[in-house]
Design a protein around this ligand. Structure first.
Ligand code: ZN
Ligand code: ZN
Length: 354
């Protein structure tokens, strides 16, 4: 009996050591509440050794946590299974994990499925046929199966052409989103489609025209690059996997990558109103506070101002009780920046007790 107990103790110790995670303190990445929503930082496209990635599921979970993500999906090609390990490791850290895998049409579109359970068995991953009765499963049949299993799809690294499988999936309400950024893009001074940043500009148009959620995901296979990561901001009613899926279905996402923010005007305007406030701090002075992890760049009366994350910036001001700000790194379409009227809050008056 003693022997057996000892053996169990040794196994537990070994198992415990194997589970010790290589964790670091994540960077600050909280947002103030936006109305009744909490804003989470997500990455919904990444690979592990279970398909063609270089890292284990555990290493992906550690890496994502360390970088400050709140929610991830491990999306190996045709393999929903790694979700179970990821969830087991992520949950105690407060990292939300939603089930996912990558799939698609033979030689054409790739889609990421989110929300179908880990037990779901994908057929002919990346080999769906475009017509029924061929050797591999017809795309409509497999998209339906994913939807019936409780999942949704978004299009990954979209090619320029809007083709029938995407059109059909969108019309059926199965495809609910599209990546505007996949990986890290390139920043080339002034030459990229959006403020010098390379991405998939056509998918921004698609998202606006077809009411799709915008995603900025890493699609990382090896070790991540240092520096800013692509982030899909998700506006959730509750901080749970179900809450994340509900927000994605309701298209409450904003893409933040390479220093720019892309989203539908009604959502990014709410984000900016919650994240940035202006207060009078002297007869001719204003203090603008940015309570978010995003560095904003704005144009105000012809001047460009920089608002670093979680900082207060002082400005000379002799205007009225509100100001019109154009947010130079916040895009509401391929050709327009967000413009909002920001209210200037007066310092609290000292009120008499009597
Ligand atoms: Zn792909
Ligand atoms: Zn991928």
């Amino acid at each position: 009996m003693m022997r057996r107990l000892k053996l169990i103790a040794v196994i537990c110790a070994l198992f415990g050591a194997a589970l010790a995670l290589a964790l670091a303190e994540p960077p600050r990445h909280d947002f103030p509440p936006v109305g009744c929503w909490e804003v989470l930082c997500g990455d919904f496209h990444m690979h592990t050794v279970n398909s063609d990635g270089k890292l284990t599921t555990r290493e992906r979970v550690e890496e994502s946590y360390n970088l400050g993500y709140d929610v991830i999906a491990i999306t190996d090609h045709g393999k929903p299974g790694p979700y179970r390990v990821a969830r087991y490791l992520g949950e105690p850290l407060g990292l939300i994990v939603v089930p996912g895998f990558e799939t698609g049409v033979l030689g054409k579109e790739h889609y990421v499925a989110l929300g179908a359970p880990a037990t779901f068995k994908p057929r002919d991953s990346h080999r769906w046929s475009e017509k029924p009765g061929e050797k591999t499963v017809h795309y409509q049949e497999e998209m339906r199966a994913i939807a019936e299993a409780g999942g949704i799809l978004f299009q990954a690294h979209p090619p320029n052409e809007w083709r029938e499988p995407t059109d059909w999936g969108v019309k059926q309400g199965i495809i609910v989103g599209v990546e505007i950024q996949n990986g890290y893009g390139k920043v080339e001074s002034g030459s990229g489609p959006l403020g010098g940043v390379q991405c998939y500009p056509h998918s921004f148009d698609w998202a606006l025209k077809n009411n799709l959620a915008l995603f900025a995901n890493s699609d990382v296979h090896g070790t991540r690059r240092q520096g800013p990561q692509p982030v899909t901001l998700v506006f959730v009613s509750e901080r749970t996997p179900e809450g994340v899926m509900e927000a994605i279905r309701a298209r409450r996402t904003v893409a933040w990558f390479n220093g720019i923010v892309c989203g539908r005007e009604e959502l990014v305007s709410k984000l900016l109103s919650a994240a940035v406030s202006a207060k009078k701090s002297g007869p001719t002075q204003l203090t603008i506070e940015n309570c978010s992890p995003i560095a904003f760049r704005a144009e105000l009366r012809g001047n460009t101002i920089e608002l670093p994350p979680y900082e207060r910036t002082k400005l000379e001001w002799s205007g009225g009780s509100s100001m019109t700000i154009r947010w130079l790194n916040v895009w509401t379409s391929l050709t327009s920046n967000l413009e909002v009227e920001l209210k200037i809050v007066e310092p609290e008056a000292v009120t008499s007790l009597r």
